[in-house]
Design a protein around this ligand. Sequence first.
Ligand SMILES: Cc1cc2nc3c(=O)[nH]c(=O)nc-3n(C[C@H](O)[C@H](O)[C@H](O)COP(=O)(O)OP(=O)(O)OC[C@H]3O[C@@H](n4cnc5c(N)ncnc54)[C@H](O)[C@@H]3O)c2cc1C
Length: 392
Amino acid sequence: MDFGFNEEQERFRVEVREFLQKELTPEFWQGLGTKPPEDQEYSQEFSRKLASRGWLGIGWPQEYGGQGRPYTDQLVCAEEIAYHRAPILYHFWAVDLAGPVLIGVGSEDLKKAYVPGILAADINFCIGFTEPEAGSDLASLQARAVADGDDYVINGQKMFISLAHKADYCLLAARTNFEAPKHRGISLFVLDMKAPGVNVSPTPTMGDMLASTVYLDSVRVNKDALVGEIDRGWYHLAICLDHERIFVGALVARRRRMFDELVEYVRSTRRNGRLLNENPHIRNNLAQIGIELDVGRLLSYRTAWLLEKGAIPFAEASMTKVLTSELDQRLTNFGVNVLGLHGQLKQGSKWVPLQGRMEQAYRVSILESIGGGTNEIQRSIIALMGLGLPRD
Ligand SMILES: Cc1cc2nc3c(=O)[nH]c(=O)nc-3n(C[C@H](O)[C@H](O)[C@H](O)COP(=O)(O)OP(=O)(O)OC[C@H]3O[C@@H](n4cnc5c(N)ncnc54)[C@H](O)[C@@H]3O)c2cc1C
C-alpha cells in the first residue's frame, strides 16, 4: 500500500503554494476586501493567472488544451487553492462542471467554440438544472425545448442558479421528449445568457452568493447548441458529478484553514484572565473536529484515487460530501460560539475576530448540505450504491 503523494506531486504542491503566497498579498486582499463577500471570491483576473499556468485544465485531455494529468494532481492544486482561499467563482462552473461535459460528449464544433475560452478564463458558465418543482427529483424537470427549423425554442423556469447574473453561458437541461420515461427525455444545451427571452432575477442566499431564478421565454438556440445526444442529457449529467467530486474533496482544505485559524485564536486569546486553550470544553471539541477533518481529507483522497483507477465512486463521493458538509456546520457553529458575541458580527466591523470569516463561513455551511444534492439524497445514494440496500 502506497499511502501518500509521490515526489513530483509534492513538488507540484510547493509550486502551487509558492505561487499563491506570492499572488495573494495583503494588497490583493485589501482590494477585494472593499467588495461585497460574494465578489471577494470572484475574480476573472485571478482565474486568468491560474489559466496562464495551465492550472485550470490539469485533468483535461491534452488535445483540448489540458494537461492530461491524474485526478490526484488536480486535487493537490485544488486543495492549495482552497486552503489559501483564492477566488475561484469566476471559473468554477465552467471548469469543473460545464467544461468536462463539453469535452466528454460535446460535438467538435462546440469544443472548438467554448473549451479554449474556458481554459483561458475568457468566458464563464452557470449550470441550469434545478427548477421550482425539480430539485432532488431532477429528472422531473419541465423546461421544454421544442424543435423549430434550425432551432430549439425553450420555455421554462430555472431556480437557485449560482451566479447566473454574471455568466456568459449556461449549461442548460431541458425536456425534449414528452412521451418517454422522465429520465429518457432530457437534453443539454449551451445557452447564451444574453439571448433574447433570457431573464435573470438574482436572489440573495444566506451565504451571500446570489443564486438566481432564470426565466426562459421562447428562447431560440441553434440545434448546434445541443450537447451530446438528444434525450440522453440525464446520462451526460453524470460527467458533471464526477468532476464535482474532486471539488468537494478540495473543500476540506478550506475548512482546515478555518480550523487552523480557530486553534491559533484560542492559543492567543484570554478570557476572564485565562487562555482559551486551557478550557477543556474547547480543547475536546477542537480535538474532535481535528479528527473529523483528517477523516474528510482521507475520504476525498480515496475518491480521487478511485476516479483515477477508472471507478465511479458514487458512495465514496457522497460519504465525503455528507461528512464534510456536516463537519463544516459543527466547526463553524462551534467557532462562532468560541469567538463570543463579537464572533457574530459581520466582515468589516472593527470588533469582529478573524476578520468576520467565521460568521460568514457559518452561514455558507448551511447551504453546503443542500447545494449539489441534499445530504438526505446523498445518504440514499450511500445506502443504495454503497450498502446495496434496495431503492427507497
Ligand atoms: C447555494 C445553492 C446553490 C445552488 N446552485 C445551483 C446551480 O448553480 N444550478 C442548479 O441547477 N441548482 C443549484 N442549486 C439547487 C440545488 O441543487 C437544489 O437546491 C437541491 O438539489 C435540492 O433541491 P430542492 O431545493 O428543490 O429541494 P427539494 O428536492 O424540494 O427537497 C426538500 C427537502 O426534501 C428532502 N427530500 C427530497 N426528496 C427526498 C427523498 N427522495 N428522500 C429523502 N429526502 C428527500 C430534501 O433532502 C430536502 O431536505 C443550488 C442550491 C443552493 C442551496
